[in-house]
Each structure stands twice: as C-alpha cells, then as structure tokens.
Design a protein around this ligand. Structure first.
Ligand code: ADP
Ligand code: MG
Length: 697
C-alpha cells in the first residue's frame, strides 16, 4: 500500500514550537518568552503558568495524558519520569492540570544517576528545569519537556547545562571579535551543528538469542564469516525493502518531532546505515540527536529489527561513529567559517581559523577525552576511524594560504607569495568534496569543521562543550590583544601570523591511518592517548580546570566529578562485558561444544561396534581431539578472566588501567578460543546465531 506524506504539513506537528506558541499564547506572554530566550533571563512565574496551560491544552488535544521532564544525565542517554496531568477535583472526578511550577521545576527522584560524588546521599535530589530555548513535544502519549538537571546547590548533573553555558560563552567572545571588524548589529552568535549518525540494523529474532548483544550492545564472540565487507557491495548500495520501510517510517516520526532528517544511505559494513540531519543550533542539534537515537530504536522494533548504536557491534567489520559538523553563525545567518569575498571578510575568517587552530592544538587532550569511551576504543586508531591523535585537515588550498602567511615572516625568502591579511584577497577556497580525507579527526569542509572522532552511541554534548569553550578562550585572548591595538591591521597581521606559526604542528593533510603519522606526530609533540584508560586521567588536568572554570562552564568540583563518572562508566562496562563472556562460556559455549564432542564420541563407538572395529572414523576422532583440547584451553582462560575480574583495584584510574590491559587481554584470549570452537562445532549445536546469520539475513 502506498500513501502520500505531506512533509511540510507533518513537519514539527508534534512540537510545541515557535509557530504554535505564537498561535496559542497571548501576544504579551509570547513576547515575554521571546525576550527571555534572546536575553537568557529566567521566566517569570505568571508567564510560565500561561505557557504551561497552553502547552497542556495543546498536548491533551494531541492525545497526551502525561508529561515528563526529559533530561540528559551523565549516562549519555536521556532520562524521563512520567507524571499524569490528572488532579482530583475533590468530588471523585479528575481534571487535567499542569502549572508553571511543574513546567519550570521538577524533582525526579534521581539518586541513582551518576553524579561523580557531587551530591551527598542525605540530600540525593536532583532538580530539572525547562530550558525555554528547547521546544516541548508530544511522543507516545506524553508531553516531553526538555530540561536541565542540577543539584540542590545548583551543580550541573547533566550534559545540557554545560552545553548551554558554553554556547553563551562562545557567543559573547565571538561578538567581541565581530565588533572589532565593524559589525555593530550582531547580538548573538549561534553554534551550528549537524550530527551524522551511523547505526546497524539486525533481525530481532537473532538479537534475542544473543546474550552479549542484549547485555552489552555488541557481539563478544563470533568467528569471521566467509564474507565480510571486502566486496564493498553495501556502501551506498540499493536499500533493501525491509530497511527502506524502516527508514521511511523513521523519517516521518522524526519530521513530526521537528528533527530535520535529510539524508539516508547504506554504509560500509553490511547492515550498516547512516542518517544525516540538516544542521541547526547546537542545543537543538543535541536534543535532535538524542531523539533520533531513541526513535531509531523504537522504530526498528516495529519492523522486527533491532537498531544497534554500539561503536563496534561486530569484530572485523567497520564500527559506527558520529560526525559532528560544527560552525559559528551570526543571528542574521552569516557563517563565520566561510571564507569571504573581500579582504576585510577574509581577515575576519583568518582570525576565526587561527583561533580554532590554536585552541585545538592547546587543548588536544580535552577534546580527545570527550570521545574517550569503552566502545570507541575499538575504532579510534584501528584503521576504520581517525587515529587517537588529534590533528586538523585543511585541504590543499587553505594549507597554501596558511603556509604563505607563515612564510611571510621568513626573512630568508621575503618575496615568497607574502599574504597581507586585510589587504589581499584570499585565493578562492572551493568546498572540498572530492578529496575528502576520511582519516582526519577534524576536517575543514569549506564552511565548517567536521569532528569525526565521536562514537555512534555517545551524546554530542561533550565535544561541542569542548569546541565551544576552547573557541571562547582563544577568541577572548585575541580580543584582549586586538581591542588594545593602536594599529589594528598591523596587530592583526602579527597575531594571525604568530598564531599559525606557533600552532602549525596540528595541521596534517596526510594519511592519518599510517604508521609514519604516529612517528611524525610524536616528533611534533602531539599527544597520542591510545585508549580510554590512557586518556581520561588527563581530563581534569590543571590546565583544563583553569579553562572551564574561567569560562564558567564547570566548577572545579563539577569537572572533577565528570572525570570520575566517565572512568566509572568505563570500568563498569568492561566488567559487564567480562562477566557476560564468562556467563556465555559456562552456560552456552562449553556445554554446546562438549555435547557435540560427546555425541561424536558416541558415534565413533557405535560405528566401531557395528563394523567390528574396521571403521577408522578418523574425521570424528580428529574433531573430538581438537574440540576437547580447545574446551580445555577455553575453560582455563575463562577461569583466569573470572578470577581477574575479582581483583580490580579500587582507585578508578588504576582500575581503568587494569581493565584496559589485564581484563581486555583475558577477554581476547577467551574470544579466540570460543571462536575457534564455533568453527569446529556443528551448526545445530551452536547456541547462538553466527555472524553470517546476523549480517547476511
Ligand atoms: P557530506 O558531509 O555528506 O558531504 P554536507 O557537507 O553537506 O554533507 O553536510 C554534512 C552535515 O554537515 C549535514 O548534517 C549538514 O547539515 C551539516 N552542515 C552543513 N553546513 C553546516 C554548518 N555551517 N554548520 C554545521 N553543520 C553544517
Ligand atoms: Mg560527513
């Protein structure tokens, strides 16, 4: 059956967006709300009451019976607690009620969200408050209110609060720079973000049979299938019917929720796909990405599929990432990373470019830590995603510009294509679409930077908080210098030239997957934090603490708490994986292999008896021998893994170090052995679907 979807009509139809607010609120209330979001001031209670009433009526008309404060705790996913609108009228009936107080402040019993020790247990309460810059929406019979989540004493317990703070900071510092270039109009600068999301779809029945997928989101076992992704026959290939039905359904649901879902295609690995939205402001992009992940999971279930968002669901085939496209844009829509047409515009572009380059170079570790995550350890540096070393790809044209600016100060070759900032026009810098260097962690793609290190399951808040804060810091230092300058053009030329010269080492256009780059990067003094355990202890370094506290993004306590939370999450994840492995070996894999080999042995005996010992049964004998040996080893390595999981050090950094070495190695040994058994054991005995079953259904 085919039915038409009128996209403009359904788009945002489940969102209490600006248009709906304009329609449903009094002119006065609407204006007060608008003022609040423009100036970043809190809502007065009577306006909140009016908005709550209008929101509730709208939601009830859409079939909602409940409301929920929807928030983004440190788990990286979203949380919600549903309350119904009902209120007793004292005469045995109910009325549907919802007040401004309930809109602006909620108290979920949040004692079990990770807080990194921020809240004392005796007052383990978290509060949620509507973030009026994000629109409420209706989903599955509930009014969802996007909120910030904080402690009684005001410490941020979520990812949204620091993101909003960082957006304000970078906006303020960017405006200072714009003023120096004669822009007297711009009041706010938006961070624009578009997050491309990769995911896998597999049949629900196969998923249900695999404990590893259910408990950890990835396969902990699985022999390499006869066919992998080597034929490249999936990338951008035709989308099969079941998947394409899922995708259409997903689009409609996302559009209703106001998510600008734009592009969909198959990815490199079998069963892997991607969704890219049209970019929007960072706060909404973050909500939209969380919603996208949530709706993907729900929608897949409707189609008898399971959506895997894990960074590495299958060994031997590419994992999934998320590309975070990031730029700065004025309130009148001017993209500040777009090279301009005039010398003045170009000078301004070069200031932003220089600030970005300097910031990334100075705070490599901070940015690296925002993607330090157990799932991501399988991808970064494994020749399928950027290396763990941060660098920036500028492309040939822009690199030539940077080189000529740097060489301008080189007195040995004074004539060499000197670039006078603010006087010369930049050579045209075409949007680089052909020569895309996929091996680079951060690539300039014409009018934005594409940050490519994020894992597919991660919130985009972390890297955007880092990018915004780093940029705010560098721009504020630039503004301090330029605001004081007697000769602006001269100061500008010197500033850009000096900055590029000092931070040139972070620019790298070559192959990030190569071994030579690791050596070269080490020579350049770039840091190479290979995995989560190496990276995370650098998060709350003195330098980073100074940065985030100076800009009011985190207090020192909040920031330290985050390092603790991320380390704990890593440690817990590894131990859950280890335990799941032990469980599967003892309850599924060993019993299956033992049953098969014992059946084989019985068969040998029966054959012998029937033939008076003339049948050799050498195939069976060999198999029994090999399986038996393999089971012995598997038992041994599993025992070791099991006992090692009981010896994890208490200190979280030490534990991470231990887990990433001892436990991860133990797990590899167990897997190797179990996967060998899989290849030796008859399919009918094997307890769970194999890679072929999962990937080529
Ligand atoms: P591709 O990377 O597939 O070639 P595009 O470069 O057009 O496609 O866009 C990739 C992503 O970058 C999309 O989500 C898009 O909306 C986003 N994007 C485009 N321009 C900007 C911008 N100025 N700021 C942030 N994101 C952007
Ligand atoms: Mg891209």
């Amino acid at each position: 059956m085919h039915h038409c979807v009128c996209v403009p009509e359904i788009f945002g139809s489940d969102v209490f967006n600006e248009a709906t607010m304009k329609q449903r609120l009094s002119v006065e209330d609407y204006n007060v709300w608008k003022q609040c979001i423009q100036n970043g001031t809190p809502l007065e209670l009577n306006t909140a009451n009016a908005i709550a009433e209008a929101m509730k009526n709208w939601a009830v008309e859409k079939g909602a019976t409940h409301y929920t404060h929807w928030f983004q705790p440190m788990t990286g996913i979203t949380a919600e607690k549903h309350d119904s609108f009902i209120s007793a009228d004292g005469e045995g009936r109910v009325i549907m009620e919802f007040s401004g107080k309930e809109l602006v402040r909620g108290e979920p019993d949040a004692s079990s969200f990770p807080s990194g020790g921020l809240r004392a247990t005796f007052e383990a309460r978290g509060y949620t408050a509507w973030d009026p810059t994000s629109f409420a929406f209706v989903k599955d019979g509930s009014l969802y209110i996007p909120t910030c989540f904080f402690s009684y004493t005001g410490e941020a317990l979520d990812k949204k609060t620091p993101l909003l703070r960082s957006i304000d900071e970078v906006s303020r510092e960017t405006v200072r720079i714009l003023r120096l270039f004669g822009d007297t109009e711009t009041k706010r600068v938006q961070v624009s973000v578009g997050a491309e999301q990769e995911y896998f779809l597999i049949p629900r029945t196969s998923y249900a049979q695999r404990e590893d997928l259910r408990l950890t989101g990835r396969t902990l076992f699985g022999a390499t299938p006869p066919k992998g992704q080597e034929l490249d026959d999936h990338y951008f290939g035709a989308i099969r019917t079941r998947v394409s039905k899922f995708m259409s359904d997903l689009d409609v649901q996302l559009w209703r929720l106001g998510v600008l879902s734009k592009t969909k295609h198959n990815e490199g690995a079998p069963c892997q796909h991607e969704l890219a939205p049209i970019f929007t402001d960072a706060s909404n992009a973050c909500d939209a990405n969380q919603l996208t992940m949530m709706v993907m999971k729900k929608c897949a279930a409707k189609h008898d599929l399971v959506c895997l968002l894990h960074e590495k669901p299958f060994a031997g085939v590419n994992g999934s990432g998320k590309h975070n496209n990031w730029s700065l844009c004025t309130d009148s829509g001017k993209n500040l990373f777009k090279p301009g047409q005039t010398p003045r515009q170009n000078a301004q572009f070069l200031v932003f470019l220089a600030a970005f380059i300097k910031g990334i170079d100075e705070y490599q570790d901070f940015l690296r830590c925002t993607v330090a995550f157990a799932g991501n350890d399988h991808r970064l540096g494994a020749n399928e995603a950027p290396p763990a070393i941060i660098s920036i790809f500028l492309g040939d044209e822009l690199t030539a510009v940077v080189d000529s600016i740097i060489n301008g100060t080189n007195y040995t070759e004074p004539q060499k294509s000197l670039m006078r900032i603010g006087v010369d026009v930049l050579p045209s810098i075409p949007k680089d679409t052909t020569d895309r260097n996929r091996t680079s962690p951060i690539a300039f793609t014409g009018n934005k930077f594409e940050f490519r290190m994020l894992g597919s399951s991660q919130s985009i808040a972390g890297p955007n908080i880092a990018l915004n804060t780093i940029m705010a810091e560098e721009l504020s230092k630039f503004a301090d210098i330029l605001e004081k300058a007697d000769d602006f053009d001269l100061a500008l030329q010197k500033l850009v030239c000096d900055t590029l010269t000092q931070h040139q080492r972070i620019i790298f256009n070559g192959n990030g997957y190569s071994e030579e780059w690791k050596d070269e990067a080490a020579k350049r003094g770039l840091s190479n934090l290979r995995n989560t355990a190496e990276a995370l202890p650098n998060y709350a370094s003195q330098k980073n603490i100074e940065l985030v506290t100076k800009h009011g993004i985190f207090t020192e306590a909040e920031f330290q708490a985050r390092q603790e939370i991320h380390l704990e999450a890593y440690n817990k994840l590894i131990i859950i994986e280890a335990r799941t492995m032990v469980d599967m070996v003892m309850h599924q894999i060993l019993p299956a292999a033992l049953r098969y080999s014992s059946d084989l042995a019985d068969g040998i005996n029966r054959k012998r008896a029937a033939s008076q010992g003339t049948i050799k049964a050498s195939a069976e004998k060999a198999l029994v021998q090999r399986i038996s040996d393999c089971c012995d080893t598997l038992y041994e390595v599993t025992e070791k893994l099991c006992s090692d999981t009981k010896a994890v050090p208490l200190d979280s950094s030490a534990a991470a170090n231990y887990n990433s070495t001892v436990i991860v190695q133990d797990m590899q040994a167990v897997r190797e052995c179990a996967d060998l058994l899989e290849t030796l054991t008859a399919k009918e005995y094997w307890p769970y679907p194999t890679y072929s079953d999962l990937l080529f259904y």
